[in-house]
Design a protein around this ligand. Sequence first.
Ligand code: ATP
Ligand code: MG
Length: 241
Amino acid sequence: MTPDPSPPAGSGDGAAPGAYYGRGLPYLPVDTAPGKIIAIEGTDGVGRSTQIRLLREWLEVQGYGVVETGWTRSPLMKPTIELAKASNTLNKLTFVLLYATDFADRLEKEIVPALKAGFIVLADRYIFTALARGALRGIDKNWLRNLYGFAIVPHLVFYLKVDVDTLIRRVLESSGMDYWESGMDLKLGDDIYDSFRTYQNKLLREYTGLAEEFGFRVVDARQPIELIQNQLRQQIGAFLK
Ligand SMILES: Nc1ncnc2c1ncn2[C@@H]1O[C@H](COP(=O)(O)OP(=O)(O)OP(=O)(O)O)[C@@H](O)[C@H]1O
Ligand SMILES: [Mg+2]
């Protein structure tokens, strides 16, 4: 059998920041685009939006153009994903493909144009969220990494790391536990609280593995908002210089 000469798409092996992980979007070359992608990863309710809002203000004051992009925010896919979540009738692979379509649409219409125009793209979650959630739902690891071979390697990935007890406190104080963020589709516990704890514990373990595989910059998300922000600003500031 002849081995496949192409690198494993989406594995990150050897792909440089700003380049596609795998085959990418062949009709949209990005190699010379001057913009940067900064991804903020972390589990549900950990504080990503809070940090991104503060980062945006800070970057804009310094004169950078900033574009935000976030999971399931593509105008094309948002209504479909919301409908699919509400009816909960699709199988897990179909969900994976809906999320990937959302990402591809945002990549083509928001991320790549912003990079070409020299903007900083602040990404609220990136492909790693899909890899972590997919792993928990038994989706083949290589298949999933290949699927996301159309994505661009971010210049920086920050992982907001938290423990499950802190997360539970934070979530109960804010929006409460959501069906999907509790992994209720996986039937892991008797009630939403049990399910949330088990599901998030598993998810945090997946993120830990991904942090190593993809070299995330890990930030302790148990700290106060301002301290986390200072650490992000310090590292981003050093990178942009
Ligand atoms: N470091 C922190 N310490 C304490 N509370 C925090 C911290 N960061 C965020 N919060 C609070 O936690 C809640 C969730 O924060 P935020 O909405 O930023 O999280 P998120 O990761 O964007 O959540 P989601 O996954 O729902 O999008 C908010 O009420 C926010 O004020
Ligand atoms: Mg948010």
